[in-house]
Write a protein that binds this ligand. Sequence first.
Ligand SMILES: [Zn+2]
Length: 435
Amino acid sequence: MGQHGSASGSILLGLDGFEVTAAEVIDGEWQLEVQTTATVVGCVGCGVRAEAHGRRTVRVRDLPIGGRPVVLCWRKRIWRCREPACSVHTWTERTAAICPRAVLTERARAEACRRVGKDAHAVAAVARDLGVGWATVMRAVHEHGTPLVDDAARLEGVVALGLDETSFLKATRHAPTQWVTGLVGLKRGRLLDVVADRTKAAVAGWLGARPRGWLAQVTTVALDPWRGYASALVVPLGHARLVVDHFHAVRLANTVVDQVRRRTQQATLGHRGRKRDPLYRIRKLLLTAAEQLTERGRVRLRAGLAVGDPTGEVAVAWQGKELLRAVYATDGMPAARAALDRFYRWADGVGVTELSRLARTVRVWETEILAWQVTGGCSNGPTEAVNLLIKKVKRVGHGFRNFANYRLRLLLYCGVRWQTHHTARLRSRSPHFLA
Ligand SMILES: [Zn+2]
């Protein structure tokens, strides 16, 4: 070992009960020789003062210092009991900071969990930074993350619940796409849980595990009208108001626009959309809210339809989508009712199969669609926001295989409140006035 350790070195290390006895940079890494400060201990069996019986060095990785990886060489003390009648002979000292046979200190493991969970960094990247294996980091994420996810306080105070599906595993040649259902607390926009599959049974199972008092507090549920979710809610949440929110209704209408566009492409060109096809080029503009189109976008949209939509059915579906959106843009029940009737008249009058089917779905869910007005615009918007976060975790995770890992990662990223140390700003943004 090179430089000798010092009191300030021990302070900088900041590992409770440890002091630095030597420090050296080897191959770009700090090698810190450390020992515990406990020099007087009692026997674990009889309590008689133990005597030193040599040391054994273990090496563990700790948090980086100044951007450099750190290896702690812990000169572990071995103690011996001098009491002849005692059954304990020798033992090695222990500490909560470094678990037996660990390759990382506990605080490095907690930090690994925070980076993977809170910051959604890839497990492989964190493992590389810490100089350990993937499994070591994943184990740390499990052990430090599970208590956060299992904390019952996480689910407290939910009055509005949102349900939505996201894909978990993309379809392969041998298996269809696998889905999961996310349950979101709409008020705080927090992911409450993720259940495998998007079926009635999946949601019913989760609700069945909630205490009665918890269910009683939920007054509103926003959901996707396509799924069997609603029937899962009848018993446990029969008292709550069901709402088909803006986000899901628009998604439904957008699906119809897409279907008509694809059908028209196939009919006019004899193939699926390609990069240069007029309708394919405006596929995103077709799904953009009309009021958000730029002047240029409007021109491109009209031009694309003029060339690619000879029957005018795509334009008709687009108009239907906008009329359904208008229901959500109204203020108050009479206006919403009138807007809904305009949508029906249009959808029933134009005779486009996909749009007629949409109108039938809307009629089935009419009460829930109009309920949006009564709930003061209870929105599944938070669900949409959580969906974006979910996508980020999926991207980082490069396709999860294991549902338990996936759920843990999602909940750590969008369902847990992390304790963060607020760092004071060294230089404030406001200008300094020197006295
Ligand atoms: Zn003893």
